[in-house]
Design a protein around this ligand. Structure first.
Ligand code: SAM
Length: 220
């Protein structure tokens, strides 16, 4: 079993790694051999959307996921996540890897059709609406935690934005791993994305308290 990175952040400002984060790590570990073969020695652009504490991107950097020629461009809307990402990488001696966190909405600051490998543990909790994104000058710390969790209708508002842009953002041959809870109705997602020509495979799933979490792989 691959070791879990050490992270130490202010969890009043940044999402604390939880069952969902650990399920993503397990899914990536399970897929490691497949990814090495799939990408071989190709230079890969890797984007974790919503990196939070940086635990997932650090795990990928530590273990050369998807391969050892990766450039890591994690994104988040939370300004505190940028520092946490860099600190987690440094705490786990990943300084030799190419890492450049970007504060942006989803992947909007990354050139279209550039991402070879995408990972997203989204705000998936169903809620009346997605919280309003505050200006930095007026943000309270708790606002960023709400944005980390609450996913609007069916918990899918943010995830659908990403899924709807997948054709535009992914490089040819790109692969995305996305986490869902049962209340997101991942089976409906699979149906829709399949009609759009994406292969959708369940990679990992687990009961976590009263929630059932799953990670799906999307590729062409
Ligand atoms: C469930 S947390 C996951 C954090 C971390 N990846 C992990 O697995 O522990 C969701 C993350 O997505 C970020 N986020 C929410 N909406 C976003 C958006 N529109 N664009 C980029 N990041 C977003 C949040 O700030 C938060 O860090």
């Amino acid at each position: 079993m691959l070791p879990t990175p050490h992270v130490s952040c202010d969890y009043d400002k940044v999402y604390e790694p939880s069952e969902d984060s650990f399920l993503i790590l397990d899914a990536l570990e399970k897929e490691q051999a497949f990814l090495r073969t799939y990408f071989r020695s190709k230079p890969t652009v890797v984007c974790e959307v919503g990196c939070g504490s940086g635990i997932v991107t650090t795990f990928m950097m530590q273990n050369d996921i998807p391969n050892e020629h990766a450039i890591y461009l994690p994104t988040d809307v939370n300004p505190w996540a940028m520092d946490s990402m860099v600190e987690s990488a440094s705490l786990n001696n990943c300084c030799t890897k190419m890492l450049s966190p970007i504060r942006t909405n989803l992947t909007s600051s990354i050139r279209p059709r550039e991402i070879d490998f995408l990972v997203f543990n989204p705000p998936y909790v169903p809620a009346e609406s997605v919280p309003y994104m505050p200006l930095d000058s007026e943000a309270n710390e708790g606002d960023w935690l709400d944005l980390a969790l609450l996913g609007g209708d069916d918990g899918m508002a943010i995830t659908w934005k990403l899924l709807d842009s997948l054709d535009k953002i992914m490089a040819p041959g790109g692969i995305a791993y996305i986490l869902f809870c049962a209340r997101n109705h991942p089976e409906k997602v699979v149906k829709t994305m399949s009609t759009r020509g994406w292969k959708c495979e369940l990679t990992e799933h687990r009961k976590a308290g009263w929630e059932v979490l799953s990670v799906y792989k999307f590729y062409r």
